[in-house]
Design a protein around this ligand. Structure first.
Ligand code: DC
Length: 223
């Protein structure tokens, strides 16, 4: 059976996951947040002290990750344990960033991501979905916003949660550093595919982006 596959890539903090989730719900597709897979492997590397490239590569056969969709909501399973609640800490973000540069890790996750797309109508978000994972996606979107706008959104979000949130300048610096890392690594760097539609949300509200992306998908798929 033919499944519809939508690829959404872009830098950290562009709102890919929240936008993808809302659009998927609107269309009745599943939303696969592939960053969560890298985060699960980052968590494994932290727990088993194998963050270095050589060590995580040696461990690769002991790592089994998968995504489960319960009522369309994604859960991340690492060796039979649901780790969804443990993968959003700053330590795991850093570990995910390190392990995502390792070839054996990317190879392990490639097959899994392709399988999810072959089995379901999916909005898949990440960094290399349009370029590497789903080069034949029905629609590719590159969702971005200026580094300043992404930093100020993150700052407001953190401020609501935590009075000791880092200063805006620090958040901006971190975003610039992550942009550099993601787009300069040797394997599958973040890059806009030639056939991707650019959506710059710098001057758009959340609902506006969701409506725009949903309309792009409906037009392309004739839904
Ligand atoms: O989107 P995120 O912050 O949850 O991603 C976590 C890490 O995984 C981030 O450092 C980028 C990396 N990643 C990747 O290399 N390829 C993807 N398709 C998704 C995420």
């Amino acid at each position: 059976m033919k499944t519809y596959n939508i690829a959404i890539d872009g830098p950290s903090g562009a709102g890919k996951s929240s936008i993808s989730r809302a659009v998927a719900e609107e269309l009745g597709f599943i939303h696969a947040d592939t960053g969560a897979l890298y985060r699960a492997i980052g968590l494994y590397a932290l727990r088993n002290e194998c963050l270095e490239e050589e060590k995580i590569t040696q461990e690769i056969d002991n790592i089994h990750v998968s995504l489960k969709f319960i009522g369309g909501v994604q859960r991340v399973i690492l060796n039979d344990e649901d780790v969804t609640e443990y993968i959003r800490t700053p330590e795991v973000s850093m570990a995910a960033s390190r392990v995502s540069a390792v070839g054996a890790v990317r190879a392990l996750l490639l097959g899994l991501q392709k399988k999810i797309a072959a089995e379901s109508n999916v909005i898949m978000d990440g960094r290399d979905i349009g370029m590497v994972v789903l080069p034949d996606a029905d629609l590719k979107i590159f969702l971005t916003a200026s580094a300043e706008e992404r930093a100020s959104r993150r700052y407001l979000e953190l401020q609501e949660k935590d009075e000791n949130c880092p200063p805006y300048e620090q958040i901006l610096e971190d975003i610039r550093q992550r942009d550099y890392n993601d787009s300069h690594r040797a394997i599958a760097p973040l890059r806009q595919a030639e056939d991707a539609v650019l959506v710059d949300s710098s001057h758009m509200g959340f609902n506006e982006v969701v409506e725009h992306v949903t309309a792009l998908i409906r037009d392309t798929l004739g839904l």
